[in-house]
Write a protein that binds this ligand. Structure first.
Ligand SMILES: [Zn+2]
Length: 111
């Protein structure tokens, strides 16, 4: 019951707040202190390595999606001119909060 209320609250907050943007960092790991809402793109030299962000449901989990072609599973991350990321395919957490959502132009679209 409480979990459902919390989930609704976070969905509502996500809808009201401005879109999430993408911050780019160099390296091969996510920063230990993740931004509250924004996405982080980790670049290893010129190669896009991973995208990380805090789970939008509010559970606090850091989600890391790998981008290199040889990874399985892997995601693609496109950024528009306003710095808003679109991820493909959707993100589906198999454990914990089991959130399932798309990221399109910096917005979370729940499945
Ligand atoms: Zn979550």
């Amino acid at each position: 019951m409480l979990g459902t209320i919390k989930k609704c609250f976070f969905r509502w907050i996500n809808y009201l707040l401005p879109v999430r943007r993408l911050q780019v960092v160099q390296g091969d790991v996510l920063p230990t202190k993740m931004p509250f809402r924004d996405f982080v793109l980790v670049k290893d030299g010129i190669e896009d390595w991973c995208v990380g962000f805090r789970c939008p449901c509010g559970c606090g989990k850091t989600i890391e999606l790998l981008l290199p072609l040889e990874m399985e599973p892997r995601w693609t991350c496109k950024v528009d001119t306003k710095g808003r990321p679109t991820l493909h395919p959707s993100v589906w957490l198999k454990s914990g909060c089991k959130s399932h959502f798309w990221v399109r132009e910096g917005r979370i679209i729940w499945v």
